[in-house]
Design a protein around this ligand. Structure first.
Ligand code: FAD
Ligand code: NAD
Length: 467
């Protein structure tokens, strides 16, 4: 039996990045994945395929709605081929997952395909097609990720009542897609199918969409989505989902306590995800999970069993690929005797709709609740030359800074390419910059990034230049 310094269960962005860092630090490393391809949710049925479809549908929408504004004329009707679009997406996924095979190989990481389960604290049994093998590891990292969650009364039939996984491989564009949950998945995939011609109705329990982000972003995005003709039923608690042939009915109760129903041909259930530990046999090692099924860890991401760690979606915190990656590196460096650090306040959140939405640090609601004295600087994208040149005028950059010290406490954006712009805010906040620090830095012209400087100027002394 081979003995490893570290074995990692799960090959998502948490697991495979942990494996690479462990190998870089000289550890003999194994990774175990139950599926045939590496990369986990993110590469196979999450971040990458959803962005591929967002990009394809965005091109189509531009061709139909915006090319003419730029003087580009396409004789005849612009059409799309859904089968080709989905095949392209799969091609992107295949290339990306093969890239992980290459990285494992390059770093001399042993890859085992099969279901991993604990035999004891240093042995993992790997089962595939009735065959079992056991490996020994001094340290083990659980990186088993998450699965879509649902509501207790919903039967996900994977045909008409679907999760994000099925929504990435539909064979037809829905006539009317009812999206339960106006969070990240609902808005990203809802926008994909809206662009391709579906009627889309989002039924959301809270009184605003993307409820964990700053409320200014929720308001702006609601306005933008409504302009794009997406429909919203906010403050609606779903009570039942019924299927009759090709038709689905979603029943809900609104704020006034009235019963309402929505009829469509597909329902996308996007009410969050849950930690996945099925089949791991955690009982064999006595590792507890919390009330939401997440593996319990201490501040070193160590479980109750000292040589077993857990990272990513399977533990507490934001379910984001880059959070999982940071944790993978963190645990590898702890195992190597280093003293790494993660500032969870500075893990950015992004929604890849168009316009994009991006946030880091505290929201205005959180600062109010914590009683922190703050000031706000906000700058509209429409005031930028770059935005007018491209035609992407929706959105803003909002900077929240401490009232006395001017330290940047939160940055919230809506607009073209803000998924990339947020990196400037993260860097500034990592270095504990003040709004004035950002305001005094040169930003190339004309760029969307100028909105960050202008918002910082507005926060510093209410002296934005271009409004
Ligand atoms: P996962 O990626 O879930 O990987 C866990 C792996 O462990 C899986 O491959 C699983 O098969 C394997 N596994 C589980 N149990 C076992 C076992 N017992 N034995 C062997 N293998 C096992 N995040 C972003 O940051 N940006 C985005 O744009 C984004 N888009 C998303 C879009 C969608 C539609 C979805 C669903 C998610 C998206 N996410 C995004 C979230 C992101 O995918 C997750 O946060 C991320 O994948 C978590 O990484 P992980 O390594 O913790 O787990
Ligand atoms: P989410 O938590 O973002 O949104 C779920 C939404 O469903 C919330 O707005 C919630 O209020 C609503 N909801 C809950 N119960 C409801 C009910 N009974 N009726 C109506 N609405 C209800 O979850 P998600 O969109 O499913 O995404 C899951 C996870 O995947 C998230 O944690 C997210 O971080 C991750 N993800 C990230 C990205 C990205 O980074 N761009 C993209 C997709 C997914």
């Amino acid at each position: 039996m081979t003995t490893y310094d570290v074995a990692i269960i799960g090959s998502g962005p948490g697991g495979y990045v942990a494996a690479i860092r462990c190998a870089q630090l000289g550890m003999k490393t194994a990774i175990i994945e139950k599926y045939d391809t590496l990369g986990g949710t993110c590469l196979n049925v999450g971040c990458i395929p959803s962005k591929a479809l967002l990009d394809s549908s965005h091109h189509y929408e531009d061709a139909v709605k915006h090319f003419a504004d730029h003087g580009i004329e396409i004789p005849g009707e612009v059409t799309y081929n859904l089968e080709k679009m989905i095949a392209r997406k799969q091609g992107v996924v295949d290339t990306t997952t093969k890239g992980i095979d290459f990285l494992m190989d390059k770093n001399n990481i042993d890859v085992f395909h099969g279901m991993g389960s604990f035999k004891d604290a240093t042995h993992i049994q790997i089962e595939k097609d009735g065959n079992t093998e056991t490996i020994e590891a001094k340290n083990i990292i659980i990186a088993t990720g998450s699965k879509p969650s649902s509501l207790p009364f919903i039967n996900i039939d994977k045909e008409r009542i679907i999760t994000s996984t099925e929504a990435l491989t539909l064979k037809e564009v829905p006539k009317h897609m009812i999206v339960i949950g106006g969070g990240v998945i609902g808005l990203e995939l809802g926008q994909v199918y809206k662009r391709l011609g579906a009627e889309v109705t989002v039924v959301e329990y809270m009184d605003r969409i993307i409820p964990t982000m700053d409320s200014a972003q929720s308001k702006e995005m609601l306005k933008v989505f409504k302009k794009q003709k997406m429909k919203f039923a906010l403050s609606h608690g779903v009570t039942a989902v019924e299927r009759d042939g090709d038709q689905v009915v979603v029943k809900a109760t609104n704020k006034k306590g009235e019963d309402v129903s929505f009829t469509g041909d597909y329902v996308l259930v996007s009410v969050g995800r849950r930690a996945y530990t099925d089949g791991l046999n955690l009982d064999a090692v006595g590792i507890p999970t919390d009330d939401r099924g997440r593996v319990e860890v201490n501040e070193h991401l160590q479980t109750k069993v000292s040589n077993i760690y857990a990272i990513g979606d399977v533990i507490k915190g934001a379910m984001l690929a880059h959070k999982a990656e940071e944790e993978g590196v963190f645990v590898a460096e702890i195992l190597a005797g280093e003293k790494p650090h993660i500032d969870y306040n500075l893990i950015p959140g992004v929604v890849y709709t168009w316009p994009e939405v991006a946030s880091v640090g505290k929201t205005e609601e959180q600062l109010k609740e914590a009683g922190v004295a703050y000031k706000t600087g906000q700058f509209p994208m429409r005031a930028l030359g770059r935005s007018r040149a491209s035609g992407d005028i929706d959105g803003f950059v909002k900077i929240l800074a401490h009232k006395e010290t001017d330290e940047v406490l939160g940055v919230h954006m809506v607009g073209a390419r803000v998924a990339d712009l947020i990196a400037e805010a993260v860097t500034a906040m990592e270095f504990r910059a003040s709004a004035e620090d950002i305001a005094r830095m040169s930003h190339s012209h004309p760029t969307y990034a100028e909105a960050v400087k202008e918002a910082a100027l507005a926060a510093t002394e209410d002296r934005a230049l271009h409004v």
